[in-house]
Design a protein around this ligand. Structure first.
Ligand code: ADP
Length: 464
């Protein structure tokens, strides 16, 4: 059985409140019983002594009792639940509450019995009497018997006090229950709203609609993280999806031209319009080579894009690596009449040596390709605190501001009319960027047409 977050949270709140109120009520009543009982017993004792004192004051010096005084004390005591009998030294009754009004005495005891049974259902109380001798300066003046409902009793105001406390606890309990229900509902709503929103977006994603985003802001840390993660997921999937679509379109576009050329050449030769001579066959062969190169480039791109997260890092001197690569390129630069120079100190980085080497090779071969005869290429390594910067600068043909934002995209070539046989497929910089970003670095480019181009790569020295 699956319950909603709202039901579960509200029920938990209610459960906690019920347990708390129950505990408070039990503990309060236990303490109340204990202390109140002690207080009542002490009070009874104090009142009895008080009455004995007051009654003894009514004994006159001539050996007689002031009966009126005694009566008023004893009637007052009767109202407080005490049945008093006063006798003189010869056991003659001076005053007896039962003789005065036995009916009232019985009624009072029955009332005590009811009070106690209402609080303690199995209460077993009984009438008890305490006898106190009365003495004064003349000696023995008689005895006072004080009877009451024992071992202790609650009168109406005591009972009302206890009941009021219990009513207050019940009231607080009921109020807390309503409050817990309301707070539980509000909290559950606050939690379930973002979760429901995440569910809706996740469902949309699973159906292939990646455009949905959670725009609401939530102030619970975890829910904010959850919605942010879902938004990032949607964005990544959306990017992947658009890359996938673009890749298919780009590949189709790249293949169309050589295939169309091949088709028309072949058809012309099959139809006998063209003689299949060496020149024409060579042209067809070039188109096949172009397709072959494109497929090779695609394979490379696929490898880098899937591998770019797996880096085999080692510590190495990047200046030494660049110097070695420059040496390999020296002949190519020399034969094209381009000067190449390097400046930089020893600079240790912790990175994937093969992949960084691929980056340098790509940038140098571009500089070689796009710099005319007589030009110069400069490579520089600079070490900052935690960063290493690599500059590759040429004074070649440059890139126009319209092309500049797109040069890192797949298959993007600034010069569309350039002979595809000499240029690449436009993925060199895509691979370069993928490698640099896998190292948590960045690549920037500045360029001016006919003045030159500068690529700056910034790499963290240690993995971040
Ligand atoms: P390609 O294989 O075409 O060189 P890249 O991805 O390496 O593809 O480069 C993309 C485009 O950026 C190139 O076609 C070129 O127009 C431009 N580009 C790259 N490097 C330079 C440079 N050093 N000078 C001028 N243009 C450049």
């Amino acid at each position: 059985m699956k319950y909603s977050l709202r039901t579960k949270l509200t029920l938990s709140y209610i459960f906690v409140v019920l347990i708390s109120v129950f505990m408070i009520s039990v503990v309060t009543n236990l303490l109340l019983d204990k202390h109140f009982k002690e207080y009542i017993i002490e009070n009874q004792e104090r009142k009895s002594r008080e009455i004995v004192f007051q009654v003894s004051q009514q004994y006159r010096m001539d050996g007689t009792w002031d009966k009126e005084g005694i009566e008023s004390i004893c009637i007052n005591a009767l109202k407080q639940g005490m049945i008093i009998k006063v006798v003189d030294p010869s056991d003659n009754v001076v005053w007896d509450a039962r003789l005065h009004d036995n009916h009232q005495c019985e009624q009072m005891l029955a009332q005590m019995e009811r009070n106690m049974s209402s609080r303690y259902p199995n209460w077993e109380g009984k009438y008890v009497e305490n006898v106190y001798p009365v003495s004064n300066k003349l000696g023995n003046a008689g005895k006072i018997t004080i009877g009451y409902y024992g071992p202790f009793y609650f009168n109406d105001s005591d009972l009302a006090f206890i009941n009021t406390i219990n009513r207050i606890i019940t009231g607080i309990g009921a109020f807390s229950l309503i409050l817990s229900f309301l707070v539980g509902s509000v909290m559950a709503k606050r939690l379930s709203t973002p979760i429901s929103r995440v569910i809706t977006t996740a469902r949309m994603i699973s159906k292939g609609y990646f455009g949905d985003r959670i725009t609401e802001k939530f102030n619970t840390k975890e829910t904010a993280q959850l919605t942010e993660t879902i938004n990032n997921l949607a964005e990544t999937l959306e990017n992947q999806e658009s890359l996938r679509k673009r890749l298919t379109a780009d590949v189709a576009h790249e293949l169309r031209t050589p295939l169309a050329t091949l088709q028309s050449h072949m058809e012309a030769m099959i139809d006998g319009i063209w003689e299949p001579d060496t020149q024409r066959l060579k042209s067809c062969h070039e188109e096949i080579m172009r397709i072959n190169r494109l497929v090779g480039d695609l394979e490379k791109l696929a490898r880098y894009e899937s591998e770019n997260l797996i880096l085999t890092r080692t510590s190495f001197d990047v200046s030494e690596l660049i110097n070695n690569i420059i040496q390999n390129f020296e002949n190519d630069f020399a034969s094209k009449g381009i000067g190449i120079s390097f400046s930089g100190e020893k600079e240790i980085v912790h990175a994937d040596k093969d992949k960084i080497s691929q980056v340098i090779v790509n940038l140098l071969s571009n500089a070689l390709k796009y710099t005319p005869k007589g030009g110069a290429v400069e490579v520089m390594v600079k070490g900052e605190d935690d960063l290493t910067e690599i500059y590759v600068r040429d004074n070649g043909k440059g890139i126009s501001p319209e092309d500049l934002p797109y040069i890192f995209e797949r298959f993007y070539r600034a010069d569309k009319s350039r002979n595809r046989m000499t240029g690449g497929a436009g993925i060199g910089l895509t691979i370069t960027k993928a490698i640099v970003e896998a190292h948590k670095g960045k690549i920037e480019v500045k360029s001016k047409v006919d003045e030159g181009t500068e690529f700056v790569i910034t790499l963290p020295k240690q993995p971040v």
